[in-house]
Each structure stands twice: as structure tokens, then as C-alpha cells.
Design a protein around this ligand. Sequence first.
Ligand code: HEM
Length: 75
Amino acid sequence: MARAQNEHIAFGNGPHVCLGQHIARIEIDAMLVEVLSRMEEVERTAPPEWLASNFISGPRTMPVRFRAGPRVGVR
Ligand code: HEM
């Protein structure tokens, strides 16, 4: 992983919560639609690591590789 270990705070909270979070969510949705609709030959490159938490269930890491293909199944 190329990123430094930095704490994830999403859009923050309290008086300085991110004012751009609504447009940012729309942009993230548009980006995921474009990327996911072109992913082909998706394969895991390492076993997923599960998040150790009583509140959130899901993988903490799940490295994959894929090939970019033609756009399919876009709404
Ligand atoms: C994925 C995209 C983004 C992330 C993860 C993000 C994250 C954050 C976080 C964590 C804070 C709080 C910082 C703190 O507590 O001091 C913040 C503040 C802020 N963000 Fe974003 N942001 C994103 C996109 C945007 C966009 C697109 C805009 C504007 C169009 C924006 C405008 C602002 C502003 C103005 C604040 C300051 C709010 C204040 O201090 O009252 N952000 N953002």
C-alpha cells in the first residue's frame, strides 16, 4: 500500500463538517458507476482481511486486480 497510515475521518463532524459532502457523494457515485461498469476479469490478489469491530462488519482490505473493458450495464 502506497498511502501512509492516516486515520480515516470521512467528511468530519460537528461545526466543521464538510460543506462539500453532498456534491462529493454525487461525484463518488459517478466515479464508481464509470469504473465498475468497465471492470473485467476481476480477481483477488490476496486473501481479504476482516475488520475487527463490534459495530461495522466488512473487509478491511481486499486487494484485487482487473482489466478495463467496454462499458456495460450502466443505468
Ligand atoms: C471526497 C471528497 C471530500 C472529503 C473526503 C472531504 C473531507 C472533509 C473533512 C474531513 C472536513 C472537515 C475538516 C475539519 O474537521 O476541520 C472537510 C471540510 C470542508 N470541506 Fe470537504 N471533503 C471533500 C470534498 C469537498 C468538496 C467537493 C467541497 C466543496 C465543494 C468541500 C468543502 C469543504 C469545506 C468548505 C470544509 C470546511 C467546513 C468548515 O470548516 O466549516 N469538501 N472536508
